[in-house]
Design a protein around this ligand. Sequence first.
Ligand SMILES: O=C(O)CCC(=O)C(=O)O
Ligand SMILES: [Fe+2]
Length: 285
Amino acid sequence: MSNSTISEKPALRILDIHVSEVEKYPNTLKDIMFNRSFEGMIIRGVLSPETVEQVVSRLENGAMKSLYSTRPTQNVDRKYKPIEVYGQTLLGTSSSDMKKYFDCATAFRQESSILFQGHLGLEERIGAVLHGLSGLPVRVPNGSEEGQTYTPATIRVLFEGNEIPIHAGNQLIRVPQHEHLNTLIDTTDQFSYFIPITVPEVGGELIIYSLEWNPKEKSEEKAVDPMVEQKYESVAVAPGPGDMLVFDAGRYYHRVTRVSGSRPRRTIGGFMAFSKQHDTFYYWS
Ligand SMILES: O=C(O)CCC(=O)C(=O)O
Ligand SMILES: [Fe+2]
């Protein structure tokens, strides 16, 4: 494999390719997850500039507004302001309210077809990229009841002053609302993905630390080293509008730096994992 990486730190390697090359990388998701060859990858140009421009202008003109709400960030901590989200995340759902999550997922899929009208659909686009990188059928998983599906993505909006505090995904999936999904996926590890559609003037970078979540820690402990900035190597990644970032956010602690300036940071994203048998690749939010 010919790799071009933007970062060659021993602990954190981010592969950087163009979307037209994905077929040349059919083992990459497995390589990252199980062989630990990289910590993540940027796929450039997943959404064209025209698609990005139209999606942003439709959102700004009120598309999807019925799905827009304020949600506390992960690791809820008063110090962090809630961020705004189109769609409902599984992590932001209480396990007693799964019906609302699945209703919202259906609405998100319908509204996103309006958002992307005239362009290749969001799921077609993400599905083609992930198929290229895994060689497997790619699916948004079905829920436990007839007709239910998970949501393929949510759209996260960080305004001036917003940030996402440090966390690791594999800690977050061990929660009751994940119970059904965890019967489908290999819970060894999950990735995060996101596609920025607007980037802020300053901040909003993703920082990935060479600090891994320790499965022996109970989720309530949230035992992140307070000296993390000083003690661990990190890489800052700032994909441009339309680029897709996929990274090992399950294992590696990461955060999004505080946004400043008048333009918000908007990302379309979620999570992904192999099925238990490694014969399907799933993504959701
Ligand atoms: O930037 C985003 O949309 C979320 C960042 C993050 O924490 C993740 O992708 O796991
Ligand atoms: Fe994350």
